[in-house]
Every structure is written in C-alpha cells, then in structure tokens.
Design a protein. Structure first.
Length: 189
C-alpha cells in the first residue's frame, strides 16, 4: 500500500527530537524522502540511523541564509525537487516580565522563530515553482491569542502567522500551498 506522501521530498527543520522528529518519522512512514535538520548533531545522526535511506540529517542553523541554500542544494541533489517544507525549528524562553527581556534575548527568539520562516520559504520557492508544493509553518496558539510574559515568543509566532498568509496569497499562483499550524502552549512546569 502506498503512503500519502509517496515520491514526495520534504525538508523538516528542528527535527532531531520532539515534534520535528515526530513529523520526520511520520513523513517517512507515509513514503516521503526527508532531509531533516537541526543544530543538535548527535541526536540528528542517531535519528538518521533509525530512519534509514529515505532520510538525510544535516546540521543547519536556520538563522543562516547560506545554511538554507546548502540544505536546499543538498536536498535537490540527493532526493530531487523540494515538495514540502516544514518550518518547525523554534525556541522558547521562560516567562519573563516585559521590562526584564534583554535586547539579545528578544532578537534571538525573533531570529530563530520568525526570520528562519522567511528564509526557509524564500529558499524553497524556486524549487517548488517547478511542480507546486506545500509549506507548513509551525506557529503556536500564542500566534493567535498571545502568551502572558512571553513577549518575544508571541511576537515571533504572530509574525509567522502573518508571513504565512502573505506568502499563501502570492505563492498560490504557482500551486504552492502555505499554511500555519498552531499547537497549544505547553503548561508551565
């Protein structure tokens, strides 16, 4: 029996563990070839050993446009044109009062959670324009309703949601779907 993603090529970021690893496993079980990326090299290599030949792990700083170019280049060379991008990489910070958020903390969250979504969409669009595709940006419920004492995180997830809508309007003409997913916030520990 063929899977729903048979013959598709996907890139999934932030995928060495957690939700990204779950996405990667499911995509492969549905027949896709997946390049999955993360900065967690040991965990990524271990997962690739489990997943086999339909997977390729790459170390990838999602805030680097040159890393994005390399990931797309390697994906196309290894498996073919990119059909699916899951912009899953993201970071969170502990709850913090507005006045205690440093510029460095704020910019790091924005860079990983917001800028990387832009870079990823830009990086795969040329490949996807040839055959169509799907871009899935993992946002958060915080991108719809906000999150108390998580200003940078909330800002980044609202931005991801807005960029998704703008890209969907533009890229629909090329048969590229762009959607965002908004998982619920984790309860405080």
């Amino acid at each position: 029996m063929m899977g729903r993603l048979e013959g598709k090529v996907a890139i999934i970021t932030g995928a060495a563990r957690g939700m990204g690893a779950a996405h990667t496993k499911r995509f492969i079980s549905e027949g896709a070839s997946v390049v999955f990326t993360d900065i967690l090299v040991d965990e990524g290599k271990q997962l690739q050993q489990e997943l086999g030949e339909k997977s390729l792990f790459m170390k990838h700083d999602v805030t680097s446009t040159s890393d994005w170019k390399e990931v797309v280049k390697e994906t196309v060379a290894t498996f073919g044109n990119v059909d699916i991008l899951v912009n899953n990489a993201g970071i969170d910070v502990p709850e913090q009062d507005l006045l205690d958020v440093s510029e460095e903390q704020y910019l790091k969250v924005i860079s990983v959670n917001q800028h990387s979504v832009f870079y990823g969409m830009q990086a795969v669009t040329e490949s996807m324009k040839q055959t169509g595709g799907s871009i899935i940006n993992i946002s958060s419920l915080a991108g719809i309703i906000g999150a108390n004492k998580k200003l940078a995180y909330t800002a980044s997830k609202f931005a991801s949601r807005g960029m998704t809508k703008a890209a969907a309007l533009e890229l629909g003409a090329f048969n590229i779907r762009v959607n965002s997913v908004h998982p619920a916030l984790s309860p405080p520990t």
